[in-house]
Design a protein around this ligand. Structure first.
Ligand code: FMN
Length: 172
């Protein structure tokens, strides 16, 4: 897909099929995330690629708890890419956000639906979140930036939200 067309037509998907994404497609999406620009090329973010249903559901429960709901904040998506970034890097949130954008755009390019799911910061500040990182052998201090929910789209493709006025101020 052409880059500008891809950017314009990506939408947040909030209904997913439970069908798993093939590994080669998932790898391409993850690879795009690792090619995001980062401040001073510190490459502060990390990506936790969760396809394990048990861990996926654990993250979902933790996120729902923070959100104060009992539903699945990930809309049944079978894959969650958690982006965190090294707390010692001042630009970690910017770096991690660009990783998130790359992941969502790459997913769209590959015919996969995506949605940024928030509350990663709170999630990995919690004891359970920290324990999850430790159980995965992830050492060091990381701040949660966002979760990229991924999966095949169930139902109709969302329409584009209208652009606000005064997005751009030209100085010619
Ligand atoms: C920082 C950030 C946090 C978001 N958190 C959530 C979320 O927790 N749940 C959700 O369904 N969508 C979330 N979104 C998706 C936005 O609601 C969505 O991007 C916006 O409504 C515009 O729609 P579009 O992505 O289809 O253009 C988030 C997006 C961003 C950038």
């Amino acid at each position: 897909m052409e880059a500008l067309e891809n950017i314009r037509t990506r939408r947040s998907i909030r209904r997913f099929k439970e069908e798993m994404i093939p590994e080669d497609i998932l790898e391409r999406i993850i690879d795009a995330g690792t090619h995001a620009p980062t401040a001073m090329n510190r490459q502060s973010p990390i990506i936790i690629a969760v396809t394990n249903k048990e861990v996926r559901d654990r993250i979902s429960r933790l996120n729902a708890q923070i959100m104060g709901t009992s539903g699945d904040p990930f809309y049944k998506a079978p894959v969650i890419l958690v982006v965190l970034a090294d707390k010692s890097c001042a630009n970690r949130v910017y770096d991690g956000s660009l990783v998130m954008a790359n992941l969502m755009l790459a997913a769209h390019d590959q015919g996969i639906g995506s949605c940024w799911i928030h509350r990663a910061k709170e999630e990995f500040e919690s004891e359970e979140g920290k324990a999850l990182l430790r159980s995965l052998g992830i050492e060091g201090e990381y701040e949660g930036i966002g979760h990229c929910a991924l999966g095949y789209i169930d139902g109709e493709y969302p329409s584009e939200p209208q652009r606000k006025d005064n997005w751009v101020y030209y100085v010619k």
